[in-house]
Ligand binder design. Structure first.
Ligand SMILES: *Cc1c(COP(=O)(O)O)cnc(C)c1O
Length: 418
């Protein structure tokens, strides 16, 4: 089927959850995708931060082929070779002690929420007063299931489905006084994206994260770091909290963990894990042999190819180039982010929409979040030449835009096509 036919069929047969761009991709290689006409796109979004090794990476291909010949699924009733091996690497890389495997980001957060409630209950039975409230941050995004969405800031994600999980209070982003005011022994956990992704690539302040760590430590509540978008090396360290010199009690991972095969993980300390025993939580698919084999290949490649150092080097270059661009274009009001988790904030949502559309026209994929923010989550294998290509396109689009607004009559209303 061609794009138009697929579009028409989907419109009648699929639940209307997505407003897709009119692009039909059929294959990819490295940092490039190919559409149905054979046109090549530079992918600076990598499937929303999932395809960290790009497309058709030989390590992933090999892991899938080999493991699929042996065992794809077995359930969590039995042992297989993958979970212990992946858990070994994840705990070593994060400083956590234990791992629960699932299939997605929202499920990892769901496990974290359940762990926090169970741990608070255990503490109450040990005569420690810990309540059931969660603190989350304004502009947070933690997923779409009833628990994770309850901790997600935007009304439009929650309100159609009310009542979602009760017991979540939102703290103003990076407002230490608001955090202190809302924290009490009623709180069982604070959830933090160390760098907010959907919220517009906004890093939490050092003082805010340290205060969250001290407050939770003072009562025994859990500090949960949602590293689903920022983890696995995207910021140049395995987890973004490692830039801050703190250790959370719980870490959630997903997006790039198995290179595009669904896999999520909730990691915790031994202390928090005391609250969970056999039968309390589980999943049919989570941590299956195929997903674990691919995760092992992803983790091994990140290590053997020194990809975190590469992310730091290319990410620093990318950021410098964006900052340079901002000097020449006053419509850029901010450049943010770490490693290859970067953003440019523009002065209007319309301009951001226009730039995104023009980038797509020039066959470069980026994403717009929080209305005015252009988000870059490229594969870790990105090279400087790709950065240069993207920067030249952005420079060109913003210059043309400036020329077109200057050429438009004062009454406005005229849009100049290409
Ligand atoms: C994407 C994301 C999630 C949700 O992950 P899904 O796999 O879509 O359920 C949760 N938290 C953060 C920070 C994310 O970026």
């Amino acid at each position: 089927m061609k794009l138009d036919e697929i579009k028409a069929t989907e419109a009648t047969l699929l639940l209307g959850t997505y407003d897709r761009y009119p692009l039909l991709f059929t294959e990819g290689s490295g940092v490039y995708l190919k559409d149905e006409n054979g046109d090549r796109y530079l992918d600076l979004l990598s499937g929303i931060g999932v395809n960290a090794l790009g497309y058709a990476h030989p390590a992933i291909e090999e892991a899938i082929v080999e493991q699929s010949r042996k065992l794809i699924h077995i359930s969590n009733l039995y042992f297989h070779q993958g979970q212990a091996a992946v858990a070994h690497r994840l705990t070593a890389a994060t400083g956590m002690d234990r791992v629960f495997f699932c299939n997605s980001g929202t499920e990892a957060n769901e496990a974290a929420l359940k762990l926090a409630r169970a741990y608070a209950k255990l503490r109450r039975s040990e005569d420690m007063p810990l309540g059931t409230t969660f603190l989350a941050l304004e502009n947070s995004f933690h997923g779409r299931t009833m628990g994770a969405v309850a901790a997600t800031w935007k009304d439009k994600y929650r309100e159609p489905f009310d009542p979602v999980m009760p017991g979540v209070e939102f703290v103003r982003f990076n407002d230490v006084e608001d955090l202190k005011a809302k924290f009490s022994s009623d709180v069982c956990a604070i959830l933090v994206e160390v760098i907010q992704g959907e919220g517009g690539i906004c890093p939490v302040l050092q003082e805010f994260l340290h205060t969250a760590r001290e407050l939770t430590r003072s009562t025994g509540a859990l500090l949960i770091a949602d590293e689903i978008q920022s983890g696995l090396g995207r910021t140049g360290k395995f987890c973004a909290y490692q830039h801050y010199g703190i250790l959370p009690d719980v870490v959630t991972l997903a997006k790039p963990l198995a290179g595009g095969i669904p896999l999520g993980a909730m990691l915790s300390t031994d202390e928090a894990a005391r609250a969970i025993h056999a039968g309390m939580h589980g999943t049919t698919f989570g941590g299956g042999p195929l997903a674990c084999a691919v995760a092992l290949a992803v983790l091994s490649t990140i290590e053997s190819d020194r990809l975190m150092d590469h992310v730091t080097a290319v990410g620093t270059y990318f950021r410098q180039q964006l900052e340079h661009l901002a000097k020449n274009h006053s419509e850029i009001v901010d450049v943010r982010g770490l490693g290859l988790m970067l953003a440019v904030e523009l002065d209007s949502a319309d301009l951001a929409k226009h730039v995104l559309a023009e980038m797509m026209h020039r066959r470069i994929l980026i994403n717009r979040t929080s209305e005015t923010v252009l988000r870059f989550l490229p594969p870790f294998i990105l090279e400087r030449a790709h950065v240069d290509e993207a920067i030249a396109a952005l420079d060109n689009i913003l210059s043309e835009q400036l020329a077109s607004t200057a050429a438009a009559p004062a009454s406005g209303g005229q849009t100049i096509g290409r």
